[in-house]
Design a protein around this ligand. Structure first.
Ligand code: FES
Length: 145
């Protein structure tokens, strides 16, 4: 049912954790299942994503897609990170079962929410970035990945 890459990222998720004083942080919830994702970004003065971490109270597909998404945005500019859509992440994982595709939205939305936070703090505009609908703010994420 799951590809080898999905299983690998589920069993060995990359970039799990937190960043102290992040440049941007975004927390989103998936309306369909109630799962939660938080992304932390460390962005340098050239707008390059130096580091990224995530934690989620979510399903295996959410863990795998977040792990892959964080790998895909690390080292990229904030503008390049905008191209890391949930579909790009699904492709990089060689696909997800159709019923789990919605899970991959969490990572995309959390990255966008964290970029929004970064842009707001720095008075910047990131082309194509919209205010996150589902940023649930400061509520505690109860369980790490
Ligand atoms: Fe909730 Fe996958 S079932 S994110």
């Amino acid at each position: 049912m799951y590809t080898e890459k999905v299983m690998d990222h589920f069993e060995h998720p990359r970039n799990v954790g937190e960043i102290d004083n992040p440049s941007g942080m975004g927390t989103v919830g998936n309306a369909k299942c109630g799962d939660i994702m938080r992304i932390y970004l460390d962005i340098d003065e050239n707008q390059i994503i130096r580091d990224v971490k995530f934690k989620t109270f979510g399903c295996g597909a959410a863990v795998a897609t977040s792990s892959m998404a964080t790998e895909m945005v690390k080292g990229k500019s904030v503008q390049e990170a905008m191209a890391v859509t949930n579909m790009a992440v699904c492709e990089a994982l060689d696909g997800l079962p159709p019923v789990k595709v919605h899970c991959s939205l969490l990572a995309e939305e959390a990255i966008h929410a964290a970029l929004w936070d970064y842009a707001k703090k720095n008075g910047l505009e990131i082309e194509g970035l919209k205010k996150p609908k589902s940023d649930i703010g400061e509520e505690e994420v109860e369980e790490e990945y």
